[in-house]
Design a protein around this ligand. Structure first.
Ligand SMILES: Nc1ncnc2c1ncn2[C@@H]1O[C@H](COP(=O)(O)OP(=O)(O)O)[C@@H](O)[C@H]1O
Ligand SMILES: [Mg+2]
Length: 345
């Protein structure tokens, strides 16, 4: 059975306007209903169990799933399509469209995590967004991992200091996470290092299947643990290593695509910021301009919301450039990496 909690706006209506007020009151009754999977019409206990085992825990997970992927779990694509539609009905009270104004109001609820670098925050117009995937691209030593460390600390700060008073989940595919570095950054930001370490939930990722499994599992702890930042450092390493060469390219990209939509869903459904890092490779067929390309091809290019390229510059400086964004102009800024973390110059 659904658990219901009603927020009723209490007003005592004058008698003659009773009818009208009653109607308005009904409209103002904001009903938040927490449904279980079993509340979806067509989903019994056994199907619900199968779905949960496959990592679909909530109505939202089902409503935003594709019928095709659910069919792999419950057998029939027709049935899967029905279940998805029923879940969408429960979620959106039967509405398929919203106005741009409603979407605009909705986007005002997006939260930002400060990078701790004023210049970078300005470049990003507020910091790292929730409900989006932000990608840091760069060569070895560019500072991608440093930024990932810093954000895992920054998210814990109170809102007035640029954080979200929340925890971070850190998926480390290359074994480059360093708690010692977190301690340094935390101290500089005036935070208790032990508390900060407790608030970073860490997993070493061993292969691409493990990486995808962990993101599935993440859904379960994100709400419970108040996680607002999910880091994947780095996104493509395992996929590239396990699916080398032209002959595996299609398979690799397909899997990577699935992983990215998994991350995007996590970001938008659970209102978290997803930050991924990515390497660059020299492409042999470029004669003019920049021969370096972020790995992962179109799948990663389209799968990430904001792409920021970091380049090493003179005297330890770093240049960050927004190369792809639905809302930012292509511009750049300079920052530094120091003992204290990532800082303004
Ligand atoms: N404690 C520190 N003090 C100053 N600079 C540091 C410190 N730790 C790392 N760095 C800088 O960060 C760079 C590595 O950045 P990193 O984020 O690991 O690169 P990548 O982009 O490969 O992930 C090093 O080259 C060094 O310049
Ligand atoms: Mg790194």
């Amino acid at each position: 059975m659904p658990k219901r909690s009603k927020k009723v706006v209490k007003e005592i209506p004058p008698e003659d306007e009773y009818e009208e007020m009653f109607e308005q009151l009904e409209e103002k009754t904001e009903e938040t209903v927490e449904y279980e999977l079993e509340d979806i019409s067509g989903v019994g206990r056994i199907t619900a169990e199968k779905l949960r085992n496959a990592g679909y825990y909530s109505i939202k997970d089902i409503a935003y799933a594709s019928a095709h992927e659910l069919a792999a779990i419950i057998g029939s694509e027709d049935r899967a399509r029905n279940i998805v539609m029923e879940a969408q009905k429960l979620l959106g009270r039967g509405r398929y469209f919203i106005t741009a104004k409603e979407y605009y109001e909705e986007r005002k609820n997006i939260s930002y995590i400060s990078t701790g670098v004023r210049a970078l925050d300005e470049l990003l117009e507020g910091g790292i967004e929730t409900k989006a995937i932000t990608e840091f691209i760069g060569e070895f030593g560019a500072g991608k991992t440093q930024l990932a460390h810093q954000l895992s600390v920054m998210v814990q700060l109170p809102r007035e200091k640029g954080g979200l008073n929340a925890k971070a989940l850190y998926l480390d595919t290359e074994g480059t996470f360093r708690p010692e570095r977190i301690v340094q950054i935390a101290k500089y930001r005036g935070l208790d290092p032990d508390t900060v370490l407790e608030n970073i939930i860490y997993a070493r990722v061993y292969n691409s299947d493990h990486q995808m499994l962990l993101v599935d599992k993440a859904k379960k702890i994100v709400e419970k643990e108040n996680i607002r930042l999910v880091v994947v450092d780095s996104l493509v390493t395992h996929f590239r290593a396990e699916y080398p060469g032209r002959e595996n390219l299609a398979m690799r990209q397909q899997k990577l695509n699935k992983h990215l939509s998994q991350l995007m869903r996590l970001a938008s459904l659970y209102d978290v910021a997803v930050v991924v890092t990515n390497h660059v490779l020299a492409s042999p067929d470029v004669f003019f301009g920049n021969p370096l390309r972020p790995v992962g091809g179109h799948v990663v290019a389209h799968g990430c919301t904001y792409r920021i390229w970091i380049k090493k510059s003179r005297e330890g400086k770093r240049i960050a450039r927004i190369i792809d964004s639905p809302k930012h102009a292509e511009k750049e800024t300079v920052f530094m990496i120091s003992e204290e973390g990532v800082i303004d110059i």
